[in-house]
Ligand binder design. Structure first.
Ligand code: GLU
Ligand code: MG
Length: 447
């Protein structure tokens, strides 16, 4: 069956199940999910020809102001959004709606060099060419509450961290999230009230990288939609309230070859294989540059504080939640071994974040690079803690590291990287001088 016919069949089946419109989304360089929608009757056209949308969104900031880079910006041009047919799903919390993520193409049919999903696909392909696969999952933390008349944040629950009383207060809401996600075929591993006021978290099963990034988008919009039905607002901002614990989007990753997990069963530290260790050593060395991608917003740096499990130290550690790279040996038998990159927050574009990690690891996997000694405990509390380097503590520092990183520039290409950097610059110019409270307020309901 051809692509158009498969798309028609899929759309017709959804129509029979009550779907009347399909949301087609991508995530831009500001970490914002942008959308165009089509009725099911136009889905085959979207899959084969694409839906038009300006490339100017490559240089949109999180507040919808528009900047420019050498090759992006201005009123000219158009792109085609082509949905991934295999990802089409009926949305449980938006009755009558379905969703699919898109890749963006130029009008002549070639790939748009600024497309972050395409960037991630290329990193996966580069890994596959060498015979390896990655599996990944993003944890999702968010704040649930209401906007106060004074523009403050009113949490929707008041229980203690991980407290059953928070779950009781939001019993219908949290059940509806699990039910909606499960109904969409998402494998929910766990849900809990987190440390922060009105903070929750959900974890979903690992998948191939492109699926994992798509799932992150789906999970977040599902949480938002369930919240809307329960008349509570959702914040995926890195900090909801300045000075309080933030929202992370911790990225779990493992590397595989021939069904073998290369993060276990080897002679290296904690059972890492040589390839696995070199891959992780490459990621670790690139973390200062990666932070510009994984924690890209002005609000990100309000979250990046020590002793809050936000992973602000440029080190790895076995089950150490203060290390930016937490190695998890895996309790469900060796194949579950993975690393958790904690220096990622939900203002990151998940496609760019995951693609960047894969690029850094892939570039190093044959290098024989080894990891330094793992760090245990909170470096702030260790007598020798000063020896453990901090990751960048400000956006300019992170951006400078990214600009100097040749692996990430080569992987992203000038068009994507320059647009990404232009957005950082625009956000920094507009918000960099504001107080933490002002930054938190400006960011709270944008992500
Ligand atoms: N909320 C913390 C963060 O900012 C993470 C807490 C945890 O380890 O789950 O990343
Ligand atoms: Mg958490």
């Amino acid at each position: 069956m051809g692509l158009a016919e498969s798309a028609r069949e899929a759309a017709a089946a959804l129509t029979l199940r009550g779907v009347r419109a399909i949301a087609l989304t991508y995530v831009d360089n500001a970490g914002i999910t942008r959308v165009k929608a089509v009725p099911p009757t136009r889905f085959d056209h979207a899959v084969t020809v694409g839906v038009g949308m300006s490339p100017v969104f490559d240089v949109f900031a999180f507040d919808d102001t528009i900047t420019a880079s050498k090759d992006s910006g201005g009123p000219d041009g158009d792109l085609r959004l082509k949905p991934a047919l295999e990802r089409l799903v009926r949305l449980a919390a938006q009755p009558g709606w379905a969703w699919a993520p898109v890749d963006r193409y130029e009008q002549d049919g070639t790939e748009h060099p600024g497309c972050s999903r395409t960037f991630l696909r290329h990193q996966v392909a580069a890994l596959a060419e060498r015979g390896y696969q990655a599996r990944a999952s993003f944890e999702v933390e968010w704040g649930v509450g209401r906007a106060r008349p004074d523009n403050g944040f009113e949490p929707a629950c008041t229980g203690p961290a991980y407290g059953m009383s928070s779950l009781v207060q939001l019993s219908d809401y949290s059940r509806d999230i699990v039910e909606a996600l499960t109904g969409q075929g998402v494998v929910v591993e766990q849900l809990h009230p987190e440390y922060g006021r009105g903070q929750f978290e959900v974890s979903v099963a690992a998948a191939d990288p492109v699926t994992a990034a798509d799932l992150n988008v789906l999970v977040r919009q599902t949480i938002r939609a369930v919240g809307f039905r329960h008349q509570v607002a959702t914040s995926f901002s890195p900090v909801v309230v300045a000075g309080e614990v933030g929202n992370g989007a911790h990225l779990h990753l493992s590397l595989w070859r021939n069904e073998q997990n290369l993060f276990c069963g080897g002679p290296g530290p904690s059972g890492l294989t040589g390839i696995g260790e070199s891959f992780l050593a490459g990621v670790l060395a690139g973390l200062p540059a990666f932070v510009a991608v994984g924690a890209p917003s002005v609000a990100s740096y309000l979250r990046m504080k020590p002793s809050q499990w936000a992973g602000v130290f440029a080190c790895w550690g076995v089950e150490n939640r203060e290390a930016a790279m937490r190695f998890i040996p895996g309790s469900a038998g060796p194949p579950a071994a993975n690393v958790e990159l904690k220096c990622v927050d939900p203002s990151a574009n998940p496609y760019l974040a995951l693609g960047s990690v894969l690029a850094l690891g892939t570039a190093a996997m044959d290098s024989g690079l080894t990891l330094p000694d793992p760090v245990s405990g909170d470096p702030v509390l260790r007598p020798d803690g000063a020896a453990v380097p901090r990751l960048p503590e400000s956006m300019p520092e992170a951006v400078a590291a990214l600009q100097a990183n040749s692996v990430l520039r080569a992987a992203m290409g000038d068009r994507l990287l320059d647009a990404f950097l232009a957005v950082r610059q625009a956000e920094l110019s507009a918000y960099g001088g504001l107080s933490p409270e002002q930054i938190a307020a400006a960011s709270r309901w944008r992500y």
